[in-house]
Write a protein that binds this ligand. Sequence first.
Ligand code: GLN
Length: 316
Amino acid sequence: MRRAHRVLDGAAPDLATILDEIATDVGPSVGRGRAAQQVPALAKRPTDRFGIAIQTVAGERHSAGDSAESFSIQSISKLFTLTLALQLEGEALWSRIGRRPTDGSFNSLAVLEQYGGKPVNPFVNAGALVLVDVIMGHLPDADEQVLELVRSLSGNSAIDYDIELARSERELSHRNTALAHLLVDNGRLHRGVEEVLESYFLYCSIEMSCADLAQACQYLAQGGRNPLTEEAILTSSLSKRTNAVLLTSGVYADAGDFAYRVGIPAKSGIGGGIAAIMPGAWCAAVWSPALNESGNSIAGTHALELLTTKTGSSVF
Ligand code: GLN
């Protein structure tokens, strides 16, 4: 017998109820896993949080749990730096960064070495370091421009870097420093290692809430257009292609399992956040700090699986 799915058709109470149900259902998963260890300041933060927010392309917004609490977006910043780099270079960007799925950890030196020093995709750390290098090559005020993009996409001018957190990560960044040196050795970075790393950590330190992120990713659900400003952030082709890269590498080595369980493009970060896009319909963001081995939020992934299942949503 075929199971009927509840479909998002603008029936507001239904969606609100679904989010409340999810916040209850994920309860046993919250705190399961481990907070990020790479960043000392993150390792000390509590793991008993869960937030979820959704925003439809029609402008309907719902949230549950700790959806208004700001957290460190970490690698979700790679989505915004990729967007800026695509604005600046278009398809030419792919001569410097690949589009292979992530095999191994997001900060693997072995994988970078294996592919001749060319990052496999923009969402592993090596790829994001090249994105920073690209942006810096075009924009003398890159740090302001990245923040400006995130603020204008989210409609929240209070979003900022957490400079202390960036500094704490910088102090223990042996692996990212090694990746940067390996990139230089292969002729893949044009700026200095110190300069690139400093901005990379700054971008990882951006603090946003689930509600901010559900708004900020709208352009990827709306053919590249920021609904707040009517500005074309990306062409519809590049927006579609960014979603393709998210689907194949947005959650690192879990991409296959995530596509199977959740079924839509998403970007995660070791702060425990995940931003997910259902093109043409909605964006959702979840946050819960405890992570699995790949660095993805366990409760967050569970919540998105419930969301797409309960709403019958999938890009497949
Ligand atoms: N700042 C983190 C790092 O460079 C980001 C990693 C992540 O969120 N996956 O290790």
